[in-house]
Structure formats: structure tokens, C-alpha cells
Design a protein. Structure first.
Length: 127
């Protein structure tokens, strides 16, 4: 839990100081809406995956979450989900979400993108 909290604190500080775009190794965006859905950040303790805040439709929110999860992880107790972060773990499926779309990817894809990372640090995702 302490490691997760450290990742959250680092990500929160980068977002609050508006330095996330400079510090992110990669930023994943949906191609159509261009929303940032994942920031990949190098830290002294490992690679952090930072997930920006997002809002879900009422119907999808009730289908994919429960009341205690919404109470603990949303800004308004309902459907405005807080930003959060955690450390990179290989071969795990993660869901990327924004106000307009969602997509599941495997963290091995992120690892592959990091290895071929060049000057262009934005990865556009199809929805």
C-alpha cells in the first residue's frame, strides 16, 4: 500500500505543478478525442502509470462499479473518478478511460512502446 501511495503522491505533484507533459516518458491518448488516458513516468522506485481523472456515463458507471467503490474513488461520490497512479507490473490488463471512450490494453504493450520510444512520446490509441 505504501508503494501505491508513493506513486499517487508523485503523480499528483506532477499534475498539480503542470509538469506531467515534460516528465512523462509516454502519454497515451485516444486518437479521435485526443484525451490523455495514461502517463508513463520514470521514478527512482520504478515506472509509474498515471491515470487522469475522468467521468463515466450514468449507465456505464452503475454497470461497472459498486457504491463503496464510487464512494472511495470518485470526487463526487458518483461518476467523476479521481486520478490515480501505481507502479508498472508486467503482463497485466489495464483499462484506459476518458469521458468519451475506454479501452483495455496489456502492460506488455507499454513495455514494448517504452523500448521503441523515440522523439515522439505520444501514443495514439484507436477506440
Amino acid at each position: 500500500m505504501a508503494a501505491h501511495d508513493a506513486a499517487d503522491r508523485i503523480y499528483d505533484a506532477l499534475v498539480k505543478t503542470r509538469t506531467i507533459s515534460k516528465r512523462a516518458l509516454l502519454t497515451y491518448r485516444f486518437g479521435r478525442c485526443r484525451c490523455a488516458v495514461l502517463h508513463v513516468i520514470e521514478s527512482p522506485n520504478g515506472v509509474i502509470l498515471g491515470f487522469p481523472r475522468y467521468k463515466m456515463s450514468r449507465s456505464l458507471n452503475s454497470e461497472t462499479s459498486n457504491a463503496s467503490g464510487r464512494a472511495n474513488n470518485t470526487e463526487d461520490g458518483d461518476r467523476h473518478w479521481k486520478q490515480h497512479a501505481g507502479y508498472f507490473v508486467s503482463d497485466v490488463n489495464i483499462e484506459l478511460r476518458c469521458d468519451h471512450a475506454r479501452k483495455t490494453i496489456n502492460t506488455n504493450e507499454i513495455d514494448s512502446d517504452l523500448k521503441k520510444c523515440s522523439k515522439d512520446r505520444v501514443v495514439l490509441l484507436s477506440e
